[in-house]
Design a protein around this ligand. Structure first.
Ligand SMILES: [Zn+2]
Length: 347
């Protein structure tokens, strides 16, 4: 990037901060300041987990997430156990979780077979997916982007008949493990295709977490030529630690729906040493600092993160959780005011 462009970019960044603070000043507590978080920990987070998570643990995990203020929790995937053994209990998990009427519990479906199993279990919202990278589509689901859209057309028609909501994912929106950088026009095309299938919202995924703010910005400018910000969500993985700035960039584009996973669960089979999704705790901390509301109880969420990490035998990827040490979090509907170091000797 030349110096000229860099200064231009800095100017844009300053505008970004000003826009967000203006929006907060002008709208007070209006719905403009409301952010909807889609918790994807139980699905995206556990998908690449090498350890099989027992059904009862999955259920307890989701039940606890249901009690902290989420409006959307993606709970499982109705995929063949041959592909992802972790979800061989998807029907049981979906049926046994305690459902709150105010929460939507979408499940991922890869095809019509998965869809039929999902509605047989009473699923009311599904998620379908397509890639912005041709090679990724071939390697991930063995078909071209166009073929995948056609395959999902059958699912979408069936879903509409059954009154089931459809959410769409576009993966590899800024980078692909095989092709490298992805053309923003390719992302816009798939987004448009999924909207035409009847998706109420498209989640734009930096699947391998390679995006920079500049790439994210360019991609979103292009996608907004065919979609309204209210139709979009952002889904960032944190491989290079860029998820939070990329989410801030999406906020600047008026996107108000963010996908994240508690404790930053998830891995990525395509990038060495990759960490998973952006940690929900850290997203909420950032949003709280901006005066944007999620309605989620952060201290309780931190406790859920500790529960699942301790079961999995892994360290939380959430910096907020690390900052709190072993202390019982005292953060309540606001940002952290002080640190309790009384138990910090243990690490
Ligand atoms: Zn993901």
């Amino acid at each position: 990037m030349s110096l000229f462009k860099l200064s231009q970019f800095r100017r844009q960044s300053i505008q970004l901060t000003q826009r967000i603070s203006n929006s907060i000043r002008n709208h007070g507590t209006s719905s403009d300041n409301a952010i909807r978080i889609v918790e994807v920990g139980p699905r995206d987070g556990l998908q690449n987990e090498p350890k099989y998570v027992e059904t009862d643990v999955k259920i307890e995990f989701i039940n606890r997430l249901s009690k902290v203020g989420f409006q959307n929790i993606e709970v499982t995937s109705f995929v063949s156990p041959k592909w992802i053994p972790q979800f061989k209990d998807s029907s049981e998990v979906f049926q046994r979780i305690e459902k709150d009427d105010s929460i939507s519990y979408p499940v991922l479906v890869p095809n019509i077979k998965g869809f039929e199993a999902a509605i047989a279990g009473g699923v009311k919202e599904i998620a379908i997916f397509a890639a912005a990278s041709e090679t990724f589509s071939q390697k991930n689901i063995n078909c071209s982007i166009e073929e995948s859209i056609n395959r999902f057309r059958v699912v979408a028609e069936a879903a509409k008949k059954a009154n089931v909501k459809i959410r769409g994912y576009v993966s590899t929106v800024v980078g692909c493990p095989y092709e490298g950088p992805i053309q923003p026009t390719a992302v816009a095309k798939v987004t448009e295709d999924l909207l035409k299938l009847g998706c109420y919202e498209i989640s734009l995924g930096d699947t391998i977490g390679v995006g920079s703010i500049a790439a994210m910005n360019k991609m979103l400018i292009e996608v907004k030529t065919i979609a309204k910000p209210q139709q979009l969500a952002i889904h960032c993985h944190n491989t290079y630690g860029q998820a939070l700035p990329n989410i801030l960039c999406a906020l600047n584009h008026d996107i108000r729906v963010i996908d994240s996973a508690v404790s930053g669960l998830g891995g990525c089979p395509y990038a060495k040493g990759a960490s998973g999704n952006v940690p929900t705790e850290d997203v909420i901390y950032m949003l709280n600092g901006l005066g944007l509301h999620t309605g989620i109880d952060l201290p309780e969420l931190v406790m859920i993160g500790r529960f699942i990490c301790s079961y999995l035998g892994r360290k939380s990827e959430s910096k907020v959780t690390l900052a709190l040490g072993d202390s019982k979090p005292s953060v309540k509907h606001d940002h952290v005011h002080h640190h309790d170091h009384s138990h910090s000797h243990s690490h």
